[in-house]
Design a protein around this ligand. Structure first.
Ligand code: SF4
Ligand code: SF4
Length: 504
């Protein structure tokens, strides 16, 4: 059950007064079109000079969604390296593998060679557009629900609460001298954090090598120093970021809040406070008296719970804040308070800033999910995804590259004919050997493959390449484009590359 803790250090009768002087703006005084995005303010722990925000636990729909996403994303992260995928005898059997040693990225049926890095670039662009689209719909919703920093911080906070108690107890602990019980609690918490960090760092390394083999090597003490070093580096990063840096990462290290000034959208459904409903703040008892006299009383009872549960330490009642990660925990907190007071939910809600301003003017709210920006971004997302899908589906399992000899470019033979020489490289990205036949188009010349006088098919081993020395001789020489064509034995893979024949 959620406990309403009155934070008297924050109680005040009017808006816009910040005792720490961090936030000078009241939503009512902000520009009617676009509010300034406020600096984060500190909650009670910060106000007491303590280094970190001490968020209180809360229950509600948003918290449940966040738990579900946490379980799902962590399960995917920890399990994926152990999934197997049969690619044939000559390829690794790990479903997702970043095989930097051989220059390959594997993701289930997808295999990316260095020549296919445009696909990775395309995927990164697609991910960026999806992030911008999500921002147009609901602000930093990725940050609040699925960002690894949020997920691991939530996990670390859960451990902290289970061992040291909820916010009130932890604040009390901070103000009391160390005793034996506290030393045990602190030791247990850090031991649990270190175990999670080691599991996280270890799992990340599993994506770069055969996971079961590395598990065996770790269990038998045969893991390489390189692997152990990287596990330590990633474990230390997890421990530092999720255990100590927490909201500092979301506020100061992540570039997303820096972009908020440019991409903040007043029509996006971000977490906002309905100040036209919540003000003037007063105690629940006084509000009942005021309403009994037929006068209007604000719904906010200034309990401070929305601030206490915030993992960033923000008071969302002061207006949109660039550091707000849209996690909705303050929505859960305030909805719980409103329910217990018998008032309508939604005093803090996922609501567009435009609708907050409409509410202030007593106008009906408008939901504009479909607007030029969201339609255009959705179209770009779908177009990019479709384009990438086509590129992946039609991706060749072979490649050809032609390099013209530069010195000399052309050799004139005694009979007056001219010879050009090339290096032709054939790549076989398939899991089975391929046999290619090479031909030319575009010029009337005779082709010779050095070491292959009988013109038999050229074998390229599975996941391998073959370099050929090729000469073209023209009896009646002239400058012209030439196309090299390689066909595999099935005839389905046809590779081609253009170059130039020069007469002199
Ligand atoms: S907005 Fe809601 S949770 Fe926040 S102080 Fe007011 S009543 Fe409490
Ligand atoms: S203000 Fe609310 S939505 Fe924003 S970070 Fe804090 S708890 Fe999450």
């Amino acid at each position: 059950m959620t406990v309403i803790e009155i934070d008297h250090s924050r109680t005040r009768s009017t808006q816009g007064q910040d005792k720490q002087g961090l936030n000078k703006q009241s939503p009512n005084k902000q520009s009617p079109n676009k509010p300034s995005l406020n600096k984060p303010r500190l909650n009670k722990a910060g106000a007491k000079g303590l280094a970190r925000v001490v968020p209180q636990s809360v229950s509600g729909p948003m918290r449940r969604i966040k738990w579900a996403i946490l379980v799902l994303t962590l399960s995917i992260y920890y399990v994926t390296p152990f999934l197997r995928w049969d690619r044939g005898p000559n390829a690794p059997g790990q479903a997702v593998l970043l095989d930097f040693a051989h220059g390959r990225l594997y993701a289930f049926f997808i295999e990316i060679w260095p020549q296919d890095l445009y696909l990775v670039t395309g995927l990164l662009i697609l991910a960026s557009v999806i992030l911008i689209l999500a921002n147009a719909f609901a602000g930093r919703v990725w940050c609040g629900f699925a960002c690894p920093q949020t997920v691991w911080t939530d996990l670390f906070l859960l451990v902290e609460r289970l061992i040291e108690g909820d916010r009130r107890q932890r604040l009390k602990n901070m103000e009391t001298p160390l005793n034996a019980m506290r030393v045990v609690q602190i030791g247990a918490k850090h031991a649990a954090w270190i175990l999670i960090s080691l599991a996280t760092g270890g799992t990340l390394i599993f994506y770069f090598t055969d996971a079961p083999a590395l598990v065996r090597a770790l269990a038998t003490g045969e893991a390489s120093t390189t692997a152990l070093t990287w596990i330590a580096v990633f474990a230390g990063t997890t421990y530092g970021l999720a255990g100590f840096a927490r909201e500092q990462v979301c506020t100061f290290m992540c570039p997303w809040p820096r972009l908020q000034g440019a991409i903040w959208d007043p029509e996006a459904f971000t977490v906002n406070y309905r100040d036209y409903r919540g003000e003037q703040r007063m105690s629940a008892k006084k509000a009942v008296e005021v309403r009994a006299r037929g006068e209007r009383a604000g719904d906010c009872v200034d309990c401070g719970l929305c601030v206490n549960v915030c993992p960033i330490g923000i008071d969302i009642r002061e207006g949109p804040n660039f550091a707000c990660i849209n996690c909705g925990l303050c929505v859960d907190a305030c909805d719980g308070v409103m329910t217990r007071l018998g008032r309508p939910r939604g005093l803090i809600d996922y609501e567009s800033w435009d609708n907050i301003e409409r509410g202030r003017r007593d106008e009906a709210r408008v939901s504009r999910l479909l607007r030029p920006k969201t339609v255009a971004l959705t179209a770009i997302t779908v177009g990019l995804a479709a384009g990438l899908a086509v590129l992946l589906a039609t991706k060749s399992t072979g490649a050809i590259a032609v390099l013209h000899d530069r010195d000399p470019l052309a050799v004139t033979l005694s009979d007056g004919s001219v010879r050009n020489a090339y290096t032709v490289k054939l790549l076989n990205k398939a899991a089975v050997p391929r046999h290619y036949t090479l031909a030319i188009q575009g010029i009337d010349a005779s082709m010779t493959i050095v070491g292959n006088d009988d013109g038999s098919p050229i074998t390229v081993e599975a996941d391998g390449s073959e370099s050929l020395r090729v000469t073209l001789t023209m009896a009646v020489p002239k400058d012209a484009n030439v196309v090299f064509i390689a066909r595999d034995e099935t005839g389905r893979t046809v590779l081609s590359a253009s170059d130039r024949f020069v007469a002199r």
